[in-house]
Design a protein around this ligand. Structure first.
Ligand SMILES: O=P(O)(O)OC[C@H]1O[C@H](OP(=O)(O)OP(=O)(O)O)[C@H](O)[C@@H]1O
Ligand SMILES: NC(=O)CC[C@H](N)C(=O)O
Ligand code: SF4
Ligand SMILES: [Mg+2]
Length: 482
């Protein structure tokens, strides 16, 4: 089945993680470790492609990094001093082995492997045009259009062909590519998804987040800049700016939820920012209570910030089981509710008779909030107030986060008072969009926002070529083709 529409199901998932290394013996073993540190970004599938100077080697598997890439026989097969890897949460194309990255093809000028974090907002349009010109696709992933655009480019060098291909795609892409010219890292002109560069001895590393550098003891050099293409080979490291200059719009949600708190994103500590968001939330929406309780794990730093700014004690009123994955990955609404119960439990002895402020990073469908508020009431809480460290999520993401279709986002259907009633909270407040920017040390420029914040504001930084804001595919006749 061709599933190029990001809204084929209603699961909300994260995004993907990429990791690449050039110039280390057993490169793939470093990639396996790096991917392990990026596991929170994608838990559906993982893959590694390596190059030993002569041949390419690939292994892709459904499931986690552990259990697939901690096997000696597999890592030994992935030989060579250069390798790239990927952990996936699908945004376009079904969860199946044929869509697991890195994708690889033997092109006229040699092998080409690509690992992509992001989502192309004109992939369907490009795919249609490529199909009509005779391209035969092997997967239903948006990423594969890059391979066909490279394959059919009229330029001669692999780097020029890649640049030509990327000039035609729209949306979000942080990419790692193995080409006959070397390891290439590239970030889209808006820098929507993150990508950092590091060093370990003589080896050069690229990763979605700095935690993946930490895990192998590598040092952080710098971010790959929005619109920058970096190539690493025997000749050293070269940087290019092949695209028209644009004002960057990195994803603000990385700071709220996606990135690990021990990562540095856009040059700032995610943990520090989350605490500042919590402090800002306390300034904007203070409520008198006995305890500030985080919804673990992702609500913890914001709850700490809320507690420190308000002077109310921070307590672990909800304990999280570490043997249950993120709620999103449950296959149906019923099971998802069960998943939330399995995951969180009230620390009842603490909650009994107390006025509680719950702090979570976001409300998407409302599933978690309904359960957690009820859990507090069942544990004897006198009042339950909910504070959210992001504005209401009203719009879907088209840039590499698998959000449900818009109608399933509770904030697109109900105002704050209605949501409060729905989740049965005594009060509910979300941080304002300006407050979120303040926590990041910025003042939001209303006419030209400094970040992508489209899931809160609906102000998408690129044209949505393939579909409308509700995810409804546009009739092909209305879509421009090249
Ligand atoms: O409104 P919902 O549809 O329930 O989604 C929102 C919840 O999902 C996320 O947590 P999740 O449990 O996925 O992961 P976490 O353990 O990292 O917080 C997020 O932190 C919210 O708690
Ligand atoms: N979440 C992502 O970054 C996914 C990458 C790519 N769009 C895919 O679906 O495979
Ligand atoms: S729409 Fe939201 S999640 Fe997607 S890139 Fe923009 S800010 Fe990030
Ligand atoms: Mg959560």
């Amino acid at each position: 089945m061709l599933t190029t529409n990001p809204f084929d199901d209603d699961k909300l998932r994260e995004e993907c993680g990429i990791f690449g290394i050039w110039g280390a013996e057993n490169a793939s073993s470093f990639v396996a470790l790096g991917l392990h540190a990026l596991q929170h970004r994608g838990q559906e599938a993982a893959g590694i492609v390596s190059h030993d100077g002569l041949n390419y080697h690939a292994h892709r598997a459904m499931g986690h990094v552990a259990g697939n890439f901690d096997r000696d026989d597999i890592i030994r097969k992935l030989s060579g001093k250069v390798a790239i890897g990927h952990v996936r949460y699908s945004t376009t194309g079904e969860t199946a082995l044929r869509n697991v990255q890195p994708l690889f093809a033997e092109l006229a000028e040699g092998g080409f492997a690509v690992a992509h974090n992001g989502n192309l907002s004109n992939a369907m349009t490009l795919r249609g045009a490529l199909n009509r010109r005779g391209s035969i696709f092997q997967s239903t992933s948006d990423t594969e259009v890059i391979i066909h655009l490279v394959a059919t480019s009229s330029y001669s060098s692999p780097l020029d062909r890649l640049t030509d291909a990327l000039g035609q795609v729209e949306g979000a892409y942080s990419l790692l590519c193995l080409t006959p010219e070397g390891l290439v890292a590239c970030r889209d002109p808006l820098g929507i998804r993150p990508l950092v560069m590091g060093k370990l001895g003589e080896a050069t590393i690229f990763a979605s987040e700095t935690v993946a550098l930490d895990v192998i003891g590598a040092s952080y050099l710098r971010d790959v800049e929005p619109g920058e293409l970096v190539i690493v080979n025997e000749g050293g490291i070269r940087s290019f700016r092949p695209f028209a200059k644009a004002t960057p719009r990195p994803c603000i949600f990385e700071h709220v939820y996606f990135a690990r708190p021990d990562s540095i994103v856009d040059g700032t500590s995610v943990y520090e920012v989350r605490k500042k968001i919590g402090a800002e939330l306390a300034r904007e929406a203070l409520v008198e209570a006995d305890l500030v309780v985080p919804v673990p794990d992702s609500g913890v730093p914001a709850a700490l910030g809320y507690s420190q700014a308000s002077g109310m004690p921070f307590e672990l009123g909800i304990i999280r089981s570490h043997y249950v994955g993120r709620t999103f990955i449950q296959p149906s609404q019923d099971v998802r509710h069960l998943g939330v119960k399995l995951k969180h439990n009230a620390n009842a002895a603490l909650i009994q008779g107390k006025r509680v402020v719950l702090v979570d990073d976001s409300i998407v469908r409302g599933t978690t909030s309904v359960k957690i508020v009820q859990m507090m009431r069942d544990a004897g809480a006198r009042e339950v107030h909910m504070r959210i460290a992001s504005p209401p999520t009203k719009f879907s993401c088209f840039y590499g986060v698998d959000t449900p279709e818009r109608s399933k986002l509770i904030a697109s259907q109900m105002n704050v008072e209605k949501i409060a009633r729905y989740i049965n909270a005594d009060s509910l407040a979300f941080i304002s969009i300006d407050g979120l920017y303040r926590a990041l040390g910025d003042q939001r420029n209303a006419t030209a926002p400094q970040r992508c914040d489209a899931c809160f504001t609906g102000e998408y930084p690129t044209t949505l070529t393939d579909c409308d804001v509700d995810g409804k595919p546009k009739p092909l006749s209305l879509v421009a083709t090249r």
